[in-house]
Write a protein that binds this ligand. Structure first.
Ligand code: G
Ligand code: G
Ligand code: MN
Length: 593
C-alpha cells in the first residue's frame, strides 16, 4: 500500500488507466525504471481487483488521491464521482456505523491492524457489508492526514454463512428450528440463574396410519401445515422445533405450570380444524408431554428433553389421544421399571426362557380333548410370573414380538410334533396366539410355515388365533397372510369374538374357520335372559356361516350345559382344566396303565 500511495503522488485524479501514464516512464533504465515498472504493475493489479483500493486525503482538503474502478461494483459510484465529490466516501457509510467508524479511526495507531467491518449504502439503496484493511497517516499532532485501504464486499459471503447456519439449525421440510437449535436454546436458558420454563414434546396421533393412508407426499404437506400452525401458535419468545418424524418440541420461557396449561391447550386447539395437504383434508390430534423446569433448577438439557418424552410416551401408551401429561418423578420410576422389564424380556426371549402352558379344549358332549391353546408364560427372575398381556405388549413396543412369536411357535410346534410321533395326539390341533403387530409382519405366514415344516408338524395340526380387531385393522395385508396360511392347511380362529367391532357382514369374507366366544359373554350368560340371548345369537351366527364354535372361560357345569344346549360343541376353561405344563399334558394324554 505504501508503494501504491507513493506511485499515486502527483498523478491527476481520474487517471485510472495504467497505460495512459505508463508510457511516460516505461523505458527508463536503471532503478528509476524498475520503480516505474512496479508502479504500473501495482496499478494494473489494483484496477483488476474486485476489492476497492483507495487513498483518501483528509487534510488540508478532503480529496481522493486514488479510487480503483471496482468502486462501481461495490458502492455504485465511479471513481470520477468520488473524485468530484469526496464527501460521498463518508456519507455512504451506513448511519448506524458512522459512530463506530469515527471511534475506530480515533483509536487507531498508524499501523495496519485488524480489519474493520463497515456497512455502506450502495447507490441503489441496498446495504453492502465491507471488510476494510486500512492504514492511517497522521501528522505530528496525531491528526489524520490520509486513509489508504482496501474495501472488500463480504455481503455475499455473510449471506452464505447465514444460509449455512440456517440450514444447520432448521428443518428443511417445515422451516422450523431443528433439534440442534433446541439444544442450544435450552442450554442458554438453563445456564446459571433462570426463571421457570416449560418444555413440551408433541406428537401427532396415529400419524403413521395417516401416512400409509394418504402417501408420503401428502403426509409431508400435512406436516408442513401442522408445523406452520404450531409456529404461529407458539407465543413470542417461545421456540417451536421440528424433531424427527412427527415429533415437535416447544420451549416456553418464563412460564410456570399454571401459565403452561393454557399454552398446551392452544397447541391442541391447532387441530380443531382439519389439517390440509395437497388439497386433502384430515382431522388430526396430538398428544403432549410437558416438563416444568423450576426456577434455578440445575438440570441437564438432555434430562429435560428425556423427561418430556417420557411423559409423552406415558400418555401414548395409555392410548389416550388429544391429551397432555406433565412429567413427574413417579413417571421416571415407572419408565425405568419398564426399561428394566424390557431388558429382562429381551434376555428371556434370547435365552428361550419363555415357556408354554397348554390349556385343553374339550368337547362338551363327550369330554374328549379336541385341542389345546398354547399360552406363553414368563417367570421373570427375581420378580415371579409376569402377566402375558403385559409382556406381550412390551414385546410389541420394543420390537421383540417377532422373535418372541417365533420362539413360541417353534417350542409349541416341536412339542406337538413329538407328542404326535409318540402317538399321544392324532388329529388334535394346537392354537397359537398371533397378535396384531405380528399380523403386520410381511413374512408372517411364510415364517410360520417354515417353522412347522422344520420341526415336522403338519399344518393341519395348527390353529392360528387372531383377534377380530387385529384382522380388521390389518386390512388387506393381514387378510392375505391368513389366506396363505389357510391355503397350506392351517386353521384360523377368531379370538375374543364379540368384543371388537367387526361388522357381521365382513365376517363372511374373512378366511376364518372358528369363532371363539369371549369369556365375558360366557360369564354373564347363566341366569340372564339377555346374556343367554347374546350367546345364542353368536352361536346361531357362527353355525349359519358354517364356522366352528368354541366358548372360552367355561368355569361351571351350568355354563357348560347351557352352552351345549345352545349348540356350542366345544369349551375351554377352568371347569375342564387350567393351562398345564407340558409334563401334565403328557400325563393327561397318556392312556391310563
Ligand atoms: O392366559 P392368559 O393370561 O395367559 O393370556 C393373556 C393374553 O395373552 C391372551 O389374550 C392371550 O391371547 C395372550 N397370549 C398368550 N400367549 C401368547 C403368545 O404366545 N403370543 C401372543 N401374541 N399372545 C399371547
Ligand atoms: O385372550 P385369550 O383367549 O387368548 O386368553 C385366554 C386367557 O384366558 C388366558 O389368560 C387364560 O389363562 C385365561 N383363562 C383360561 N380359562 C379361563 C377360565 O375358565 N376363566 C377365566 N377367568 N380365565 C381363563
Ligand atoms: Mn387366545
Amino acid at each position: 500500500m505504501a508503494l501504491l500511495s507513493l506511485s499515486m503522488q502527483g498523478q491527476e485524479p481520474g487517471a485510472n488507466h495504467p497505460d495512459a501514464e505508463g508510457s511516460k516512464t516505461a523505458d527508463r533504465p536503471g532503478p528509476a525504471g524498475q520503480v516505474a515498472r512496479l508502479e504500473r504493475h501495482l496499478l494494473l493489479l489494483s484496477e483488476h481487483l474486485r476489492d476497492m483500493v483507495y487513498r483518501f486525503e483528509c487534510w488540508p482538503e478532503p480529496r481522493f488521491d486514488y479510487v480503483s474502478s471496482s468502486s462501481v461494483s461495490i458502492a455504485g459510484y465511479t471513481p470520477e464521482e468520488h473524485y468530484a465529490n469526496p464527501s460521498l466516501f463518508l456519507d455512504f457509510i451506513h448511519p448506524d456505523d458512522q459512530d463506530m467508524v469515527a471511534a475506530a479511526l480515533a483509536d487507531r495507531a498508524e499501523d495496519v491492524g485488524d480489519p474493520l467491518v463497515v456497512r455502506w449504502i450502495h447507490k441503489d439503496g441496498n446495504p453492502v457489508v465491507t471488510e476494510q484493511h486500512y492504514r492511517l497517516e497522521r501528522d505530528d499532532n496525531g491528526g489524520i492526514v490520509a486513509i489508504e485501504g482496501v474495501a472488500r464486499d463480504i455481503t455475499g459471503r455473510l449471506r452464505r454463512e447465514r444460509e449455512l447456519e440456517h440450514e444447520a439449525t432448521h428443518d428443511p421440510v417445515t422451516g422450523l428450528a431443528n433439534s440442534r437449535l433446541l439444544e442450544e436454546e435450552l442450554e442458554r436458558h438453563l445456564l446459571g440463574d433462570h426463571d421457570e420454563l416449560v418444555v413440551a414434546a408433541l406428537r401427532l396421533d396415529r400419524f403413521a396410519i395417516v401416512r400409509d393412508l394418504v402417501g408420503a407426499s401428502v403426509a409431508e404437506a400435512m406436516l408442513r401445515d401442522a408445523a406452520e400452525r404450531l409456529r404461529l401458535t407458539a407465543s413470542a419468545g417461545s421456540l417451536a422445533v421440528k424433531g424427527t418424524a412427527d415429533l415437535f418440541w416447544f420451549v416456553f420461557p418464563e412460564t410456570g405450570r399454571a401459565a403452561g396449561e393454557p399454552l398446551l391447550q392452544t397447541l391442541h386447539d391447532v387441530f380443531r380444524d382439519p389439517i390440509v395437504g395437497e388439497g386433502q383434508e384430515i382431522y388430526l390430534s396430538a398428544t403432549i408431554g410437558a416438563r416444568l423446569v423450576q426456577r434455578d433448577e440445575s438440570v441437564a438439557v438432555e434430562t429435560v428433553l428425556n423427561d418430556a418424552d417420557t411423559a409423552l410416551r406415558a400418555v401414548r401408551r395409555r392410548g389416550a389421544r388429544s391429551s397432555s401429561r406433565w412429567y413427574d418423578p413417579a413417571l421416571h420410576r415407572a419408565a425405568t421399571e419398564r426399561l428394566e422389564l424390557e431388558h429382562d424380556l429381551r434376555e428371556a426371549v434370547a435365552d428361550g426362557d419363555i415357556t408354554i402352558a397348554y390349556q385343553p379344549q374339550v368337547s362338551m358332549a363327550t369330554s374328549r380333548i379336541v385341542g389345546f391353546e398354547a399360552l406363553a408364560r414368563w417367570d421373570r427372575p427375581g420378580h415371579g410370573p409376569v402377566r402375558p398381556d403385559l409382556f406381550i405388549a412390551v414385546a410389541e413396543e420394543s420390537g421383540l414380538i417377532a422373535d418372541l412369536g417365533d420362539h413360541v411357535l417353534f417350542t409349541v410346534a416341536r412339542q406337538f410334533a413329538r407328542w404326535r410321533a409318540a402317538g399321544l395326539i392324532d388329529r388334535q390341533r394346537v392354537s397359537v396366539n398371533v397378535s396384531r403387530l405380528q399380523l403386520e409382519l410381511p413374512d408372517l405366514a411364510e415364517s410360520v410355515l417354515e417353522i412347522i415344516s422344520a420341526v415336522g408338524l403338519p399344518p393341519t395340526n395348527l390353529t392360528v388365533e387372531v383377534t377380530e380387531t387385529a384382522v380388521m385393522d390389518g386390512g388387506n395385508v393381514a387378510t392375505a397372510q391368513l389366506e396363505q396360511l389357510v391355503q397350506a392347511g392351517v386353521r384360523i380362529s377368531l379370538d375374543d369374538f364379540g368384543t371388537g367391532y367387526s361388522s357381521l357382514g365382513s365376517l363372511r369374507d374373512l378366511p376364518v374357520h372358528e369363532l371363539k366366544i369371549d369369556r365375558s359373554f360366557v360369564a354373564e350368560m347363566v341366569g340372564s335372559t339377555a346374556g343367554t340371548a347374546i350367546c345364542s345369537a353368536m352361536i346361531a351366527l357362527g353355525t349359519g356361516l358354517g364356522l366352528d364354535l368354541i366358548a372360552e372361560g367355561v368355569e361351571t357345569e351350568d355354563q357348560s350345559r347351557l352352552l351345549g344346549d345352545l349348540g356350542c360343541p366345544v369349551g375351554q376353561g377352568w371347569l375342564f382344566s387350567r393351562p398345564l405344563v407340558a409334563a401334565d399334558v403328557v400325563a393327561l394324554l397318556a392312556p391310563a396303565p
